[in-house]
Design a protein around this ligand. Sequence first.
Ligand code: GAF
Length: 389
Amino acid sequence: MTLPELISETFTQKFGRDCDLLIRSSGRINIIGEHTDYNDGFVLPAAIDKYIYFAVGKNGTDSCRFWANDIEEADEVDLDDIQSSDQLWANYLFGILEQFQQMGVSLEGIDVVFGGNLPIGSGMSSSAAMEVGFATALKHLFGVEIQKPEIAKLAQRSSHQFIGVPCGIMDQFASVMGKKDRVIRLDCRSLEYDYIPFYLEDYQVVMINSKVSHSLASSEYGTRVKECQSGVAILQQHYPDVKSLRDVSLEQLEKHQEDMPEVIYKRCHYVVAENERLLRACDALEKGDIAQLGQLLNETHDGLRYEYEVSAPEVDFLVEFAQQFPGVAGSRIMGGGFGGCSINLVKKDRVAAFKTAVLQAYQDQYSILGEAYEVAAVDGTRPAAVSVN
Ligand code: GAF
């Protein structure tokens, strides 16, 4: 049975009728440009072929019932009184309902079944895929006129307001705006974007899931946001036009190293350098220079590990192993950090050997069974047919 069949059939079994609509939502990878989005910088993500499907249908009541198929948990919420749930996954959905209500949409009760093959908590944006997937379902079900970039912004607001995570726009934007065989070069200040052909010659993107997710992740994320803001406040004393780290050059930053605490300098240095690296990475991609692209990924990992300090020992191990493995052009931790996946550019004829070797070494070192996924860039969140996977 295909995934869409599974999700729509589960809907039928649970709720005793067929669903009205099926939505396919994608996870995302980010080639380079990590922790730059909330600094008004650039990112280079793509929607990928790891999905969450939503089967939805109106139920004629004022309440919404949810079934999370992968973890077999249910939840329910009254549309007149949307309160936080004890279950985090439910809050990603409740927050979207609240956003639609704030837009003045008059919602009716619905039933929802969702699930898929996008690993949860692995840095591939399962939460953003849930948010934009559910928002896309509501758009179609209630005939709401809302464009895709607005869906991304609405989902980001929901993360800020309902979940309390001050995330950037990258994940939601990539999930909903992704295009087959393209990466998105997104300016997170203006939300202007273009699509860059994503052809890696004889290389393949391979994700290695460490299966660890350290609990520091959300509190440290907020701390990084604040650290960057305090760096900006110091720089503004010298450069009044600076609004965010996006506006700062390495030269300007280095000149004022002594004016800021060491930790703030390190955070700012990483972000400013990462923005510059991204522009060089786009060049490398356009020229088909995968060796150069890989080298930039390696540099990003060092920055995330030593300057931004958002890596994790388990992922450092995976990355160090990969960087030394013949046929790997580059490797780094991907996403918010503190666990999750590494992203690796691997020669196609070395993929099988790499996956076996890295997972074995990881298991020997940490007694954890990691997972490897070969991923491709696909079209982002959209209505789906039951018969197509
Ligand atoms: C998380 C956030 F949600 C994104 O907005 C982004 O900041 C990313 O971490 C780091 O690049 O996925």
